[in-house]
Write a protein that binds this ligand. Sequence first.
Ligand SMILES: Cc1cc2nc3c(=O)[nH]c(=O)nc-3n(C[C@H](O)[C@H](O)[C@H](O)COP(=O)(O)O)c2cc1C
Length: 240
Amino acid sequence: MDSKRKFFYRYELDQTKLPDFFQGIIQVEQEGAIHSSRTYPGYPQWKLEKVKPKLWSNLEKTLLSRRSARKFQTEMLSCKTLSRLLFFSHGITGQNSRGPTPSSGDLQSLELYLAIFQTSWIDSGLYHYDRQGHYLSQIAKGANYNRWKQLIPSMVHFEGGSLLWILVGDGARITKKYGERGYRFLLLEAGHLMQNLCLLSTQENLVTLPLGGFFEEAVAKELHLPTSDVVLYVGVCGKN
Ligand SMILES: Cc1cc2nc3c(=O)[nH]c(=O)nc-3n(C[C@H](O)[C@H](O)[C@H](O)COP(=O)(O)O)c2cc1C
């Protein structure tokens, strides 16, 4: 195989990998998948609002008007708007922690973190969205915009922004079932979640701009992630 193709197909499935791949799946299915969601007990909690779907929701209209932007206001989203974005992108809406984002093997391996730059109704800081309880856990105080610019070189492509979405995969959970191919699944799932965030932002007259250029390890350290977690995708959100 061409060496460039080989690089991209590092996690490709073939006949030689198939027995191990199936073995992992069988083992996890026998043991039962873990559906417990991540929590940060003892950290300050910020209550979010209960939200309902809007009757006028029109997916086609939203898909047509979704656009990236390069200039954002810095003002923080209201609590209601942020609550809607979080719940309808990644909240729990079904059995076994199922939500709006499809999940490979029903493992619910994605975690959503936020960097909020300005203090408003919520303090500036780093947060984890608790899907089970629908609240944000403040895992670190303060989020300095220039510091994040050092961690995410793609931030030179735009100005401003209210917050960053940071999509993280639980590598231990997914590889237990799918081995190396789990990395591919995490990336695909992150794409689904980012698309949800993009479309919901459009519906709320906001923009989410997805970003591909970031220092994975440095971002992981800043968020104090377990070493088996993978930083998959970042996006900036704000009013255009
Ligand atoms: C995986 C991915 C990575 C991206 N990374 C960046 C980025 O680092 N910087 C940036 O300004 N835009 C980034 N974008 C946004 C694209 O530039 C944008 O989607 C594209 O220009 C098309 O514009 P549209 O979103 O308005 O359709 C990224 C988009 C995707 C899907």
